[in-house]
Design a protein around this ligand. Structure first.
Ligand code: COA
Length: 198
């Protein structure tokens, strides 16, 4: 999937609504809490808030996520621990997912990316977790998920989002900075970043 030749130009814009958050120039549908766009490889991607019905698809994404334990120890390589972790995330107030229109073997639309806002101080501060499946990276999915997560956090009246990222994770740092996150502190390779929402 990652090496598929481009079928159409990067980012086919389907309407010309003004951007609402960080870079939105290749997001086709810019409605609040929703993005739909065509990836550089011609895949139709939808980004939306998750519901409880998405939990089994979320587990399926993390079952095939690789390498395991690569982001601060998650997702776990142990099946039971990993599923318990996903079920815990699914109970958080805001989860955002990306799905691709290509049907999988079971005829379902695969879940290809996920962000969760883990409440740190209710209504004030949440920690951001974001993961895009390794077969679907560099298609603007992470950026679109991040943009929707920020929008939903603003709607929920959070004051700030916070995260820790490895200094080696330059791709993640790039999308965080693109979406308005700023460096707070750095201790060795751990960088703390924050995005004010007010
Ligand atoms: C970080 C992550 C969420 C990004 O998702 P993604 O869908 O690949 O990101 P996007 O396609 O939206 O954007 C990638 C951007 O990074 C840039 N990029 C790609 N590789 C890069 C690299 N090695 N260093 C810096 N920037 C890089 C791309 O050019 C693109 O920039 P642009 O939008 O300005 O053109 C994804 O790589 C991931 O899930 N990684 C593993 C889990 C993880 O590290 N999560 C974050 C934990 S803090």
């Amino acid at each position: 999937m990652t090496d598929a030749p481009p079928k159409r130009p990067h980012g086919v814009l389907r309407n010309s609504s003004p951007p609402t958050g960080c870079r939105t120039d290749n997001h086709g549908d810019l409605r609040a809490g929703l993005r739909s766009f065509t990836s550089r490889y011609g895949e139709e991607i939808v980004v939306r808030r998750a519901t409880s019905q998405d939990t089994s698809s979320l587990c399926a994404m993390y079952d095939t996520f690789a390498p395991k334990q690569s982001v601060q120890g998650v997702p776990s390589a142990q099946d039971d621990q990993r599923r318990t972790w996903v079920q815990g995330l699914a109970k958080e107030r805001i989860n955002v997912i990306a799905t691709a229109a290509d049907k999988d073997a079971e005829g379902a639309e695969p879940l290809v990316g996920h962000a969760c806002l883990l409440t740190m101080e209710p209504g004030v501060r949440a920690e951001l977790l974001i993961m895009v499946h390794q077969d679907w990276r560099n298609r603007n999915i992470g950026s679109a998920i991040l943009e929707v997560a920020i929008e939903l956090a603003q709607q929920a009246r959070y004051q700030k989002l916070w995260l820790v990222v490895s200094a080696r994770n330059t791709r993640a740092i790039h999308i965080y900075q693109k979406c308005g996150f700023e460096l707070c502190t750095q201790v060795d390779y751990d960088i703390e970043m924050e995005r004010l929402l007010t």
